[in-house]
Design a protein around this ligand. Sequence first.
Ligand code: M6R
Length: 620
Amino acid sequence: MCGIVGYVGGQPALDVVLSGLKRLEYRGYDSAGVAVQTPDGPLATEKRAGKLANLEKALAENPLPGGTVGIGHTRWATHGGPTDANAHPHTDNATEVAVVHNGIIENFAALRAELAERGHVLKSETDTEVVAHLLADEVRELGGDTVDLAEAMRRVCRRLDGAFTLVATHAGAPGVVVGARRNSPLVVGRGAGEYFLASDVAAFIAHTREAIELGQDQVVELSRDGVTVTDFLGRPADVREYHVDWDASAAEKGGYDYFMLKEIAEQPRAVADTLLGRIDGEGRLTLDEVRIDDQVLREVDKVVIVACGTAYHAGLIAKYAIEHWTRIPCEVEVASEFRYRDPIMDQQTLVIAISQSGETMDTLMALRHAREQGAKVLAICNTNGSTIPRESDAVLYTHAGPEVAVASTKAFLTQLVACYLVALYLGQVRGTKWGDEIFEVIRQLADAPKQVEQVLETMEPVRELARSLADASAVLFLGRHVGFPVALEGALKLKELAYMHAEGFAAGELKHGPIALIEQDLPVVVVVPSPRGRSVLHDKIVSNIQEIRARGAKTIVVAEEGDEAVVPYADHLVRIPVTPTLLQPLVATVPLQVFACELATAKGHEVDQPRNLAKSVTVE
Ligand code: M6R
């Protein structure tokens, strides 16, 4: 939800911090700020409401003194609106300590009241500011010749409830930056004589690819001499060091106007990468990271998928594959609703938590609830070492690479691939699918990158159509079977990017109410299932297209090559390659992504950073 950067080294800290924040702006962009230790003592800070560009402009007008130790923040507001005063860093009254924060401190009101009683004057509406004041008090209480900021942080963390990543620096601790994490991401980058702290490795891969993953409830102290990690009680903590194999350019726009365009274009590669290395020498599916015993998987009697937004739509599609290939009942639930209805689970329930970021709080809370009930949890995740896979029994990573645009595209396609693999794997260990059947689906999946590429090569008419509809008041999306979640996904993309009324419906449900929405020239996108295999589905949707066209709708029909039955009823026809029914979402979703992106661009919207949204939603 917010992006955090910390730096200790030999370079100008402001440059390092600002370039890191630029890479993290996808996490929130309603205000930004920095604090730098200056050589002669005091902290220099600047912060501004609005995008990072506002902060950069302010810094250009009033440059801060130079320094080689600094912290920075880009915010997605929770407590207090996006104002200069609420922007981070927050400081104590003497501006000796500066702190940035991601998450929510649930007991901040009580702490604030306590601080006010002790004479502290708090200037913002945020929960974060209490931490700056508490740190200042703890430093004072600890006394001594040198400031022990790490110990002060440990003491403060022990008093906080909620989720937090905190990064702080103190004027009396030259050359030191301290961080802490609970339920919120923080990674350390280890360079030559320089160290970084960030919410995401994207912030520092231009400087180093060596990273250290911090665990839950840990405090880290960075100085040019090295990194010290302890738990909140000061005991040395185990950490995992790893090499980041993402290319630095993967986190850049690579010549595209928007990250979203780049990420749409990367989909063939991303799908191929997610499929890589999944078949062993004997033609059997192997999911190396899945560490749930096959016997446990054989005993599973129910699958429950929890996820949010686009990942939830991937889950809806997965249900069709899981039930069809394994005959295990599968439920799919929006993660934010899951635990509140007291869902029935036990040791034989397999919960699949799908998340691009691995930090979505609703999904994290759902998986924790599932584990408390004894269920096994398998994460499908794109972000290595993030909280959701760490807290799951097993993980299957999608290999989409960093997804920066707020609107999820390549993560969605790779989540689908991962879901198909899990369904096939379940079928393999339980014997509901023969080896050659599994191999055949894998072979069909292996065609997907090429097919997605074909779709991408034929998108100009879709872009033209999108531009022509920039003034439409609404767009509806219809689908049947796996085409229904595709319709939901098409509508979600349009809502979040073009800020338009867009709804996805099961085509058969239309006549039960939504058909009343159809009026002259209303654009309706229809995702048509293949006429082969389940022809009954196809015939039904052709009738649905006729019904809406008879009422004046402008029909935009997404249908596979060779499907001639739809031609008379399509005002606009978008062709997709021939695929097996269950795999069709891999190709049918792509035109809807392109459509939404182009329409939003035509409306002059900021495609990568739609209003009110953040890439990673770490609050419930
Ligand atoms: O990181 P996650 O996959 O857990 O995120 C879930 C949703 O917040 C996310 O898919 C959101 O709906 C996207 N902005 C949709 O494009």
